[in-house]
Write a protein that binds this ligand. Structure first.
Ligand SMILES: C[S@@+](CC[C@H](N)C(=O)[O-])C[C@H]1O[C@@H](n2cnc3c(N)ncnc32)[C@H](O)[C@@H]1O
Length: 263
């Protein structure tokens, strides 16, 4: 656990070249103008033109740069030097103005040294963080008065289910211990990772909302979604890039999104 940062940084640095080359991220499509932002994010965040947006745990910047294309003044932060290097080169190649900073998310206020109208984060971000109270306080320190946090995440409910069918409860929703994973692949396909260890932390939806509220933000909504971004379970059916349970099957929430404003 003490080493979680070093271990996870090595894990993410190893994933970057695989992700950049993957169909999942479709960098060629992005360069041609495709936006990877989800329809619900665009609707729920609204117009970003002229607004200062910080993207925490921005990976190699595809989502960050998509907000820049919509007119936001963007800053991306990630602890993976390899990811930030790729983000900077993508921004330069696409001619998009953006600032990218390498830092641990908990050091963001000092590393960035400025505040924002929107703090945007998620879709695989919180599972890397051991302390949500500290994370929410970090977000508050980054927000301008009247600004807001927007979080889109994979729903933790699904982590209880068996990885193949997603129909049996096999894990404890309330386990908050650090989990050490040894796994040869990343989520974009079957390329074998050079570094295969990671440390992850499950957080319940209640933990997330309570940490945000305790930090002084006002929760505007929490929406649960019946679809996700990849074939998390074998039975999910793809349509327009979204993966859902087939019609008629009982559904569970697969993603959620939350917006919370600074006073
Ligand atoms: C699954 S990605 C989420 C990004 C985005 N949803 C995407 O798909 O492009 C998780 C990101 O969190 C970053 N990360 C993990 N722990 C971090 C930490 N403590 N501080 C900053 N970044 C971190 C990783 O480097 C990775 O880029």
């Amino acid at each position: 656990m003490d080493d979680y940062l070093r271990i996870n940084e090595a894990s993410w640095n190893a994933r970057v070249p695989i992700h950049v080359a993957s169909d999942f991220y479709d960098v060629a499509g992005f360069k041609a103008g495709r936006s990877p932002l989800r329809a619900f994010e665009l609707a729920e965040i609204g117009d970003v033109a002229g607004r200062r947006l910080a993207h925490l745990q921005c990976h190699f910047g595809l989502d960050t740069l998509s907000w820049a294309r919509l007119g936001a003044e963007v800053t991306g932060l990630d602890f993976s030097g390899a990811a930030i290097e790729q983000a900077r080169s993508l921004a330069a190649e696409c001619g998009l103005p953006a600032r990218f900073v390498t830092a641990d998310v908990y050091d963001a206020p000092q590393a960035l040294g400025e505040t924002y109208d929107i703090v945007y984060t998620g879709l695989g971000a919180l599972v890397w963080l051991p302390d949500l109270t500290r994370w929410a306080e970090t977000v508050v320190a980054l927000l301008n008065p009247g600004g807001f946090l927007y979080l889109a995440e994979f729903h933790p409910f699904q982590n209880m289910l068996d990885d193949d069918t997603g129909t049996r409860v096999v894990r404890d929703y309330f386990n908050r211990e650090a989990q050490v994973w040894e796994y040869p692949y990343t989520y974009t396909g079957d390329d074998v990772l050079e570094y295969q260890t990671s440390v992850q932390f499950d957080h319940g939806v209640g933990d997330v909302v309570s940490a945000i509220a305790a930090a002084g933000l006002r929760v505007e909504f929490l929406h649960e979604h019946d679809h996700t971004l990849f074939r998390r379970f074998a039975g999910l059916v793809e349509s327009d890039g979204a993966y859902r349970w087939p019609a008629g099957a009982p559904r569970i929430p697969l993603m959620y999104s939350l917006r919370a404003s600074a006073r």
